[in-house]
Ligand binder design. Structure first.
Ligand code: URP
Ligand code: ZN
Ligand code: ZN
Length: 480
């Protein structure tokens, strides 16, 4: 099957050029100013449009069991909604309950993800520690294409990783050539503030940001970065939402440390006044962690993207319906944390980034696709328009527009934090590995089309040791 994209302007993270692009089977096979359509090829007229790598969302939670319920989006509905918005790959999270096998959980999540409409991969969370976790991390890297491990510094009593776990796991990541990632919030502080606020009678959604002030994120980001610095590990900080956390990243990067930062469109656009909405459903619908932040943090985050100190945008797509949110009707600490956005990320970032002149089109490609591919080691298979790359492509209509609404979006969730926003700049076509799955308003997603993306490790200390000494794998350091 061939698809010729004709007459468009190709935009990558490094160049902009007028060119045609031919896809055959699953790959890009030719890029040249004037290509003939092979017989039987589908031709997309891209004149007046931009042809870009499909979006990569490096942070989603499809059907995540969390806070006493399960996120409503499954791997099919979530990836299909992504295709409607120009996103062609996701990296989701395997989150084992403490005490359970990383490997078994990985296989459970792989089973759930088989229905994906677009390609997917997994970060695996380290929520506890013993020798089996150490061993499983090795197996996941060597045999299962995992090169990143997640650490939740928040959610005390559930998946929170203590400093001891961070140290053990970061060290193991270095041995394996994997990258540790962190949700940076001090879980002990959050827990303490939650108890205090509830005891004071503050039980509504307005308590959520009060229990997780910016200092809580700044402390954890600093701590994770310093632990990584001490051990010599790279580190990726997910959903950076505050000026202070960004400053910690910027400082470390200036000192030559390999630190990466991700941010979300919601944190770039909204401030914490959303939690004061007298309509409980509206306020609770915005409950996610870290929360939306006081004014000025948004400006700081845009500067983080402009300066390159933040490299990626994600959605943290973790969708709960209004009904699910009511679990915390009398106590904000029980409102399932999470918001959606996989379908909106590209358009919102285009309009608010490129449309306002804050970022260039090439920077747009970098922060929605190529940088994630580079950091998580799948470039140039993904995040790239080059001969031999997967034909994951979005044809972008800069003049097209859509008004975002929960009534019309493709996601299963009945709430949208971008409700009513009209965005200019939308996909006209989305191709996943050479097949068109979104075409001028029509979603043609196919359950099960998505492939698992193997992500090889980076240069590995373990490999180096083996080369030098022919040594066996290092043993975990014994705990007292
Ligand atoms: O509120 C959020 N972000 N829910 C999903 C889990 C996480 O912290 O990423
Ligand atoms: Zn998180
Ligand atoms: Zn998350």
């Amino acid at each position: 099957m061939s698809v010729l994209i004709k007459g468009g302007t190709l935009v990558t993270d490094t160049q902009t050029m007028q060119s045609d692009l031919l896809c055959e089977e699953e790959k890009i096979v030719a890029i040249a100013p004037s290509l003939e359509a092979p017989s039987g090829a589908t031709v997309i007229d891209a004149s007046g449009q931009y042809v870009m790598p499909g979006g990569i969302d490096p942070h989603t939670h499809m059907q995540l069991p969390f806070m006493g319920t399960v996120a409503i989006e499954d791997f099919y509905s979530g990836t299909a909604a992504g295709l409607a918005g120009g996103t062609t790959s996701i990296i989701d999270f395997v989150i084992p309950e403490a005490g359970t096998s990383l490997l078994e959980n990985y296989h459970t999540w792989r089973g759930w993800a088989e229905k994906s409409a677009a390609d997917y991969s997994f970060h695996v969370a380290v929520t506890w520690w013993d020798d089996s976790v150490y061993e499983d991390m090795g197996t996941l890297v060597r045999d299962h294409g995992v090169n990143s491990f997640k650490h939740f510094m928040a959610y005390k009593g559930a998946m929170m990783a203590t400093d001891e776990i961070l140290v053990s796991s970061f060290e193991r990541c270095i041995e394996l050539g994997a990258i540790p990632t962190v949700h940076a919030e001090n879980g002990d502080l959050v827990y303490h503030l939650q108890q205090k606020l509830v005891a004071m009678g503050i039980t509504g959604p307005e308590g959520h940001p009060l229990s997780r002030p910016p200092e809580v994120e700044a402390e954890a980001a600093n701590r994770a970065i310093r632990i990584a610095e001490t051990l010599g590990a790279p580190i990726y900080i997910v959903h950076v939402s505050t000026r202070e956390a960004l400053e910690a990243i910027t400082r470390a990067r200036t000192n030559g440390q390999r630190v990466f930062g991700e941010c979300l469109p919601g944190h770039l656009l909204f401030d914490d006044s959303v939690y004061l909405n007298p309509d409980w459903e509206q306020a609770a619908g915005h409950v996610m962690s870290p929360p939306f932040r006081p004014k000025d943090n948004q400006r700081a985050l845009w500067k983080g993207l402009q300066s390159g100190n933040l490299q990626t945008t994600a959605t943290d797509h973790c969708a709960f319906c209004n009904e699910q949110k009511t679990m915390g009707h009398n106590n904000f600490t029980l409102i399932p944390n999470g918001t959606a956005g996989i379908e909106e990320r590209m358009s919102v970032m285009w309009q608010e980034g490129v449309g306002t002149g804050r970022i260039t089109m090439n920077e747009f490609v970098a922060i929605t696709s190529s940088n994630a591919a580079r950091i998580f080691n799948i470039y140039p298979k993904k995040g790239c328009l080059a001969v031999g790359s997967d034909a994951d492509i979005v044809v972008w209509d800069p003049e097209g527009s859509r008004t975002i609404s929960a009534k019309t979006h493709h996601s299963k969730v009945d709430f949208n934090i971008f409700e009513g926003m009209t965005v200019k700049g939308v996909p006209s076509h989305t191709l996943s590995r050479g097949r068109i799955f979104y075409k001028e308003g029509e979603l043609l997603a196919e359950e099960g089309y998505g492939n698992y993306i193997d992500r090889p490790p980076y240069a590995s200390y373990y490999d180096a040791l083996q080369k030098i000494a022919g040594s066996r794998e290092p043993k975990p350091i014994a705990r007292q």
